[in-house]
Design a protein around this ligand. Structure first.
Ligand code: CA
Length: 227
């Protein structure tokens, strides 16, 4: 199997070096950029398996880069983890709304980085023993092809949205708590931030369009896909 490639966008050289060292030690190939303008160009023809994107960059900032990446079908599906500072909570939520899969708040532990990277990469892989196609109402998930259809129309989803949809569809009719979803979709060991789940569900509902009501909020608990 070829090595998975991670692109790091970060303007602080110390952080780039420490990420590079640790990710390379895990067997990943690492490319790094300090400017958003350069990375947009580079990703266009050669999408990596994962992008680690700092939000505070000189010139074009991380949110603007995310916006541009998600608008372009050639780059919209690249899994993306944001690197954020403690005081960037609002930006973090905006980033998740825009389509980021996850975030790491600085200062992060390297163990955490490696775990999050692995978890996000795993979401893009087809599950073992997975059914080929799952259907719930007018929703259809083609697992081997990693494609999602709403009323016969393909809807572009990120790897995380796909995994979340898969879990909800496989368990249609049953309530999924935020903790359960964080653990099964994000592989979090504990309930770090349930807002991650809420922003992803909001995004999915938007993508479901007329079928949005299929994802029900169960107040005080979590979410349920109508069977
Ligand atoms: Ca920075």
């Amino acid at each position: 199997m070829s090595r998975q490639r991670i692109v790091v966008v970060e303007d602080e050289p110390d952080i780039v070096e420490i990420l590079r060292y640790n990710l390379e030690r895990e067997g990943y190939l690492v490319d790094s950029y300090t400017r958003g303008e350069d990375v947009l160009e580079a990703l266009q023809g050669n999408p990596p398996d994962l992008l680690l994107l700092d939000l505070m960059l000189p010139g074009m900032d991380g949110l603007e880069i995310t916006r541009k990446l998600k608008r372009n079908p050639a780059t919209a599906r690249i899994p993306l983890i944001m690197l954020t500072a403690k005081n960037e909570e609002v930006d973090r939520i905006v980033g998740l709304e825009l389509g980021a899969d996850d975030y790491l708040a600085k200062p992060f532990s390297l163990r955490e980085v490696v775990l999050r990277v692995r978890a996000v990469l795993r979401r893009g892989e087809p599950g073992l023993g997975a059914e080929d196609v799952i259907r719930v109402g007018r929703l259809e998930l083609d697992i081997p092809a990693h494609r999602f259809f709403v009323a016969g129309q393909e809807v572009l989803v990120t790897a995380t949205e796909f995994k979340l949809m898969k879990v909800l569809m496989e368990r249609a009719g049953r309530v999924q708590t935020r903790e359960q979803l964080l653990s099964d979709v994000w592989q979090y060991a504990d309930n770090v931030d349930s807002r991650t789940v809420d922003t992803h569900v909001r995004r999915l509902r938007k993508k479901l369009g007329q079928e949005a009501a299929l994802i029900e909020t169960v107040i005080g608990l979590g979410y349920r896909l109508k069977a």
